[in-house]
Design a protein around this ligand. Structure first.
Ligand code: F6R
Length: 608
C-alpha cells in the first residue's frame, strides 16, 4: 500500500504534492518522491525515510519549479526502502516518470523480456518494468501506450505517469488499487484517497478498473481500455479530513478489518501460478524440506496465535512435529534446536525486540530461519535466511487484524507447499486445497456483509465484566485471538480455554449470565464442544456459538449463533476469526474506548 498524488494547474506543483503526500503517510512512509515537469524535461527528487526528509531536501518543494507533477509515499514491497527503490521511476531515456501503488505479479517475466530488448534496470522494484514498458510501447501517443501497458501487466495498480512529450497533461489509471481524480478550478488532481486533495477540492471522479484519466489543467477526460471516452459522474465528498483518512470509517481498525479480503488476495494470488503454490521468495528446496527434523514457530501476541493455528495446520498436512513458543520465553529457555530444525518467525512489524532476540538465539544454534513479515527491510526480515512477506500494507490500528489474517494465509501457503513437496497430497486434494485457499477473500467478504448481526450481539454484551472463549484444536487457536482482540481494545477481562480443559478449574468462574463464546466449526470435534457448551449452560452461562453453515444444531444449545461459510476445515480459522474481530471492535466502540490506540499499548514493541 502506497500513496499517490498528482497535480496539474497554474501553481507550483511540488509544494502541493508534498502537502498532499503528508496526508497519505499512513499508507506508507519508508521513502517518498516527486517528479515535476519543467522546461520540457522531468525532474525527480526522492529520498529514503519519512516525507520530512524529502521536504527538507526540496525546501518544502519550493526549490523544484514546474506546475505539473506526480508524487509518491512508499510502503516497500519489492526491494527494501532506499533512494533508488523509491518512486517515481524513470524510463531509460527519462521520457516517462511513473508512480505506482499495487503489485505487478508478472514483473519477473516482463523484466526478463525488457532486459532481452536492451532495457537496463536500476532498482529492485516491480514498478520499474512499467516505466520501461511505456518506452517500449510508445509511438507518439501516450493513451495508446497506456492501453498497451495495462494489457500486458497482471496484478494491481494505480498509476500516475508523466511524459516529457506532453507539457500540458499527464495520465493515470487504476485496477484493484484505489485512485480518484479531483476536479478543481483551473487545476486537477489524482490521489490514492481524498484526504490528499480535500484542501483544494471536494469534487471527484471515482475511476473504475482500467479506466484511464487524461488530466489537463482545465479538463479531465476519462477513457476505457478501448480508448473510447467514458462519461463520468462527479461525486462531492462531504467527509471531514479525519474521516477521509480512514476511508470514511470511524476507526482504522474497522477499515483494516474491511481490507482483509484484499490483503488476503494480495498475499495469495502472486504465489499461485497455474494452480500451484510457487514460493519464489524462499530458497527451501524439496530436499531441505525432507530433511527438516522439527519446526519451531516463535512470535509474540497475535502473531503467536497465528503460530498456534500453524502448529495444527503444519502437523496435519506435513506430519512434521511443530512446537510453538512465545518469543520472550523461547529466547531464555535454552532451546534444544540444531541445523535440521526450521524456525518460523512471525512478525507484522519485523521489529519486535523479543522476536528478534529469539530469532538470534535460534540462529546461534544453527537453525534455519524462515520469517513471515509485513515490513520489507525490517530487522527480522534482514536477519532471516528466507522471508515471505505478507502484503497487508501498513497497519495503523494497534490491534492487528489484516496482518493476523495475512500471516495465517502465509502459514497455509507454506504448509501446503511443504506437504506437496513431501508427497502428502493426492493431485485432487492439492488442487482442491489451492482452490479453497483462493476462495478465502470472497468468503471473508461474505462474513463482512453481515457485520450488523455481530454489532447487535455486541450491543447485548458490552456491559459484561468477563467473557470466556472456548474451542478445541483450531477453534481453540482462534479463541486465543478472539479473546485477545476483545480484551486489548474493550478492557473487558477475557480468557480463552481449550474447551475440554474448563472443568479442570476455570468452570468455577462461570456464574449466572457469564458470556461464553464457543467456537465449534470443525466436524470431528463438534459434538465434543457441544458437550462443553452444555456444561457451562448448566452453570448459568449465556452462550454465543460460532459455527459453520452446515451445523444447524448449534441453535439447540446456544443462546445466539453466528454462522460462517463452509470451507476446507483447515482453512476455517481465516473465517472464524472475522466475527470475533468484529465483536471486539463493536464492544469497544459501544464502551467508547479509544479503539485505534488502546491504553498502555504500542504498535511496535521494540523493548524487551
Ligand atoms: C495484538 C497485537 C500484538 C502483536 C505483537 C507482535 O493485536 O497486534 O499482540 O501481534 O505485539 O507484534 P509483531 O507482529 O509486530 O511482531
Amino acid at each position: 500500500m502506497c500513496g499517490i498524488v498528482g497535480y496539474i494547474g497554474k501553481n507550483q506543483a511540488a509544494p502541493i504534492l508534498l502537502e498532499g503526500l503528508s496526508k497519505l503517510e499512513y499508507r506508507g512512509y519508508d521513502s517518498a518522491g516527486i517528479a515535476i515537469f519543467d522546461n520540457n524535461k522531468i525532474e525527480v527528487a526522492k529520498a529514503k525515510g519519512r516525507l520530512a526528509v524529502l521536504s527538507e531536501k526540496t525546501n518544502d518543494g519550493k526549490s523544484v519549479t514546474g506546475t505539473m507533477g506526480i508524487g509518491h509515499t512508499r510502503w516497500a514491497t519489492h526491494g527494501e526502502p532506499s533512494d533508488v527503490n523509491s518512486h517515481p521511476h524513470l524510463s531509460m531515456s527519462g521520457r516517462f516518470a511513473v508512480v505506482h501503488n499495487g503489485i505487478i505479479e508478472n514483473y519477473i517475466s516482463l523484466k526478463k523480456m525488457l532486459i532481452e530488448k536492451g532495457f537496463e534496470f536500476i532498482s529492485e522494484t516491480d514498478t520499474e518494468v512499467i516505466a520501461h514498458l511505456f518506452e517500449y510501447y510508445y509511438t507518439g501517443d501516450i493513451l495508446d501506450a497506456m492501453v498497451k501497458v495495462i494489457n500486458r501487466v497482471e496484478g494491481s495498480y494505480a498509476l500516475g505517469v508523466l511524459c516529457s512529450d506532453y507539457p500540458d497533461s499527464f495520465i493515470a489509471v487504476r485496477k484493484s488499487s484505489p485512485l480518484i481524480v479531483g476536479l478543481g478550478d483551473g487545476e486537477n488532481f489524482i490521489a490514492s484517497d481524498v484526504t490528499a486533495i480535500l484542501k483544494h477540492t471536494r469534487n471527484i471522479y471515482r475511476l473504475e478498473d482500467n479506466e484511464i484519466a487524461v488530466l489537463n489543467h482545465d479538463c479531465v477526460t476519462v477513457y476505457n481500455n478501448d480508448k473510447e471516452e467514458v462519461k463520468k459522474e462527479m461525486f462531492t465528498v462531504d467527509w471531514d479530513v479525519s474521516a477521509a483518512e480512514k476511508g470514511g470509517y470511524e476507526h482504522f481498525m474497522m477499515k483494516e478489518i474491511e481490507e482483509q479480503p484484499k490483503a488476503i488476495r494480495d498475499t495469495i494470488s502472486p504465489r499461485i501460478k497455474d494452480g500451484r503454490i510457487v514460493l519464489d521468495d524462499i530458497s527451501l528446496t524439496a530436499e531441505d524440506i525432507k530433511n527438516i527434523n522439527k519446526i519451531y514457530i516463535v512470535a509474540c501476541g497475535s502473531a503467536y496465535h497465528v503460530g498456534v493455528v500453524g502448529k495444527y495446520v503444519i502437523e496435519k498436512l506435513c506430519r512434521i512435529p511443530v512446537e510453538v513458543q512465545v518469543a520472550s520465553e523461547f529466547r531464555y529457555c535454552d532451546p534444544i534446536i540444531n541445523k535440521n530444525d526450521l524456525v518460523i518467525v512471525i512478525s507484522q512489524s519485523g521489529e519486535t525486540a523479543d522476536t528478534l532476540a529469539a530469532l538470534k538465539e535460534a540462529k546461534n544454534h544453527g537453525a534455519r530461519i524462515l520469517s513471515i513479515v509485513n515490513v520489507v527491510g525490517s530487522a527480522i526480515a534482514n536477519a532471516s535466511d528466507d522471508v515471505i512477506y505478507t502484503w497487508a500494507g501498513p497497519e495503523i490500528a494497534v490491534a492487528t487484524t489484516k496482518a493476523y489474517s495475512t500471516q495465517l494465509t502465509v502459514i497455509y501457503l507454506i504448509a501446503a507447499y511443504m506437504a506437496e513437496k513431501l508427497g502428502m497430497f493426492t493431485t485432487g486434494e492439492y488442487s482442491q486445497f489451492v482452490n479453497d485457499l483462493q476462495s478465502l477473500p470472497e468468503k471473508v467478504s461474505e462474513i463482512l456483509k453481515s457485520k450488523e448481526e455481530v454489532q447487535y450481539l455486541a450491543s447485548k454484551f458490552f456491559n459484561c465484566h468477563s467473557i470466556f472463549f472456548i474451542g478445541r484444536n483450531l477453534d481453540y487457536a482462534v479463541s486465543l485471538e478472539g479473546s485477545l482482540k476483545l480484551k486489548e481494545i474493550s478492557y473487558i477481562h477475557s480468557e480463552a480455554y481449550a474447551a475440554g480443559e474448563l472443568k479442570h478449574g476455570t468452570i468455577s468462574l462461570i456464574e449466572d449470565g457469564t458470556l461464553v463464546i464457543a467456537l465449534a466449526t470443525g466436524q470431528e470435534l463438534f459434538d465434543k464442544t457441544v458437550s462443553n457448551v452444555k456444561e457451562v449452560k448448566a452453570r448459568g452461562a449465556v452462550v454465543m456459538g460460532v459455527t459453520t453453515d452446515s451445523h444447524d444444531n448449534m441453535e439447540d444449545v446456544a443462546d445466539y449463533v453466528i454462522k460462517i461459510p463452509n470451507i476446507n476445515e483447515i482453512l476455517l480459522p481465516s473465517l472464524s476469526v472475522v466475527p470475533l474481530q468484529l465483536f471486539g471492535y463493536y464492544v469497544a466502540s459501544l464502551k467508547g474506548c479509544d479503539i485505534d490506540k488502546p491504553r498502555n499499548l504500542a504498535k511496535s514493541v521494540t523493548v524487551e
